[in-house]
Design a protein around this ligand. Structure first.
Ligand code: NAD
Length: 442
């Protein structure tokens, strides 16, 4: 079996590489010429643990190739995955222009049966739209060629993407025909040897499953952030509460951490898109509107704490930021809490010194280097700082040499946006310390 993956970003590159690793012939397609050139030369455009070695190995073995020319490979493959971006449109809905562009190209060029699978996160009804878009092109060409459309949303997590893809909790597949079901069963069979499950369902349910999963996770985060803020007000400790509720099997331990809000390329846009879909169908997603509201409030929390500490007198203050990416083990800064915080600090007249183990280039791209100094290391970042913000909980920030930090800071004040430090330890070292929803006397 030979497959094509269209869109060679976080999802497409991981998907293509992992299928190649299972012995399939995979061609990855992207419109970004420089990305394709880099990949052909073994340079990986994103940071994802374990991916680089796998790409190089499978490329060298001849199972994984890259091209910008989708038309040239359409009739060489049995399955085409669409894994292009679906960014939010101005009104919050998922922008399907890239997905439909791919569908048009397929319809314009195909000469034989092909199974087209949407892997991008797309609203209910998109597979049907892909089908009608391809069909229209075929009609314009006066051709009657059989094809199938299926939905196979991706659940991988950036930072753990290769492991997630190779050993998924489950694979969700929405199909409309027995032929498509058989092809996708065969494709995923190597992953199922260890009893991972493929859950077959109808196409709209598969499309909805992805949004429901991300909306549920975002809801847990906003819920815990609200509980954390209340803990702080009433004198309870959110870490204790988390331990207390997480041990209930019905609740479970994951996604119960309070922090400075969710970000990344998926939760913000998927929550927005689901609200939009619901409104189009006359269904009010009040709960998700609250999830968004709580998250926006939480993203401003670190700045408000800092401002309160200095009684609003922030002009000229030097601020250190540890962590730019939206979570550890990725360079992705899309909708990251660090961006909201840094922009507020700059607006208030602060000087920002930022450090991230991986996302420094992405930081320069998103925030520019006029108002932000990109530090050589985490200790360079705190030089002369009047405050230190821990924004992303990279492992290397867990056990800093506090004596060095204290020595070089102008004023020993820490705002811990991920609740990872020990209150007593920092206090005993002479730091003023704040975090989110934990109990200690100020
Ligand atoms: N990033 C994640 O963690 C994640 C997880 C699950 C699902 N998803 C979903 O998967 C989809 C892709 O996300 P991503 O993070 O990989 O995006 P990305 O922005 O990293 O990559 C998308 C790629 O598609 C390419 N592209 C755009 N139009 C194209 C076209 N017409 N032909 C070929 N290539 C084209 C772009 O150049 C880019 O390289 C989105 O719908 C996203 O919501 C993402």
């Amino acid at each position: 079996m030979k497959i094509a993956i269209v869109g060679t970003g976080y999802v497409g590159l991981v998907t293509g590489t992992c299928f190649a690793e299972m012995g399939l012939n995979v061609i990855c397609v992207d419109v970004d010429k420089s990305k394709v050139e880099k990949l052909e030369n073994g340079v990986i455009p994103i940071y994802e643990p374990g991916l680089e070695e796998l790409v190089r190995k499978n490329h060298n073995d001849g199972r994984l190739s890259f091209t910008t020319d989708l038309e040239s490979c359409i009739d060489d493959v049995d399955i085409i995955f669409i894994a292009v971006g679906t960014p939010p449109d101005e009104d919050g809905s998922a922008d399907l222009k890239y997905v439909l562009e791919v569908a048009r190209t397929i319809g314009r060029s195909m000469k034989k049966y092909v199974l087209v699978v949407t892997k991008s996160t797309v609203p209910v009804g998109t597979a049907a739209l892909v089908r009608s878009t391809i069909q229209k092109e075929l009609d314009d060409r006066g051709l009657n060629i059989d094809f199938d459309v299926a939905s196979n949303p991706e659940f991988l997590k950036e930072g753990n993407a290769v492991i997630d893809f190779m050993r998924p909790d489950r694979v969700v597949v929405g199909v409309e025909s027995e032929k498509a079901r058989k092809l996708l069963s065969k494709l995923y069979k190597p992953f199922m040897l260890n009893n991972f499950r493929v859950i077959f369902m109808d196409v709209p349910s598969a499309e909805m499953t992805k949004y429901a999963a991300n909306a549920m996770l975002a809801t847990r985060i906003s819920f815990m952030n609200s509980i954390a803020n209340l803990c702080e007000a009433v004198g309870a400790d959110v870490n204790m509460v988390r331990a207390g509720i997480g041990s209930d099997m019905r609740i479970g331990k994951k996604f119960l951490y309070a922090g400075c809000g969710y970000g990344g390329s998926c939760f913000p846009k998927d929550v927005k898109a689901l609200i939009k879909t619901a409104s189009e169908y006359g269904v009010d997603m009040e709960i998700l509107r609250s999830v968004e509201k709580v998250n926006a409030y939480q993203k401003g929390l670190l700045f408000r704490k800092f401002s309160l500490y200095y009684n609003g007198d922030l002009k000229g203050k030097t601020v250190a930021i540890w962590g730019l990416s939206f979570k550890p083990e990725t360079d992705d800064m899309r909708d990251a809490p660090s961006v909201v915080l840094i922009r507020s600090l700059i607006e208030a007249g602060c000087k920002v010194r930022a450090y991230d183990p991986i996302a420094m280039d992405e930081g320069r791209r998103i925030l520019g280097d006029e108002c932000v100094y990109y530090a050589k290391d985490m200790y360079d970042a705190v030089l002369d700082a009047d405050g230190l913000f821990l924004v992303t909980e990279w492992k290397q920030f867990r056990l800093p040499a506090w004596n060095v930090v204290k020595k070089v800071m102008n004023h020993p004040y820490i705002v811990d946006g991920r609740n990872i430090y020990d209150v007593e330890e920092l206090r005993s070292l002479g730091f003023d310390y704040e975090c989110i929803g934990r109990r200690f006397d100020k």
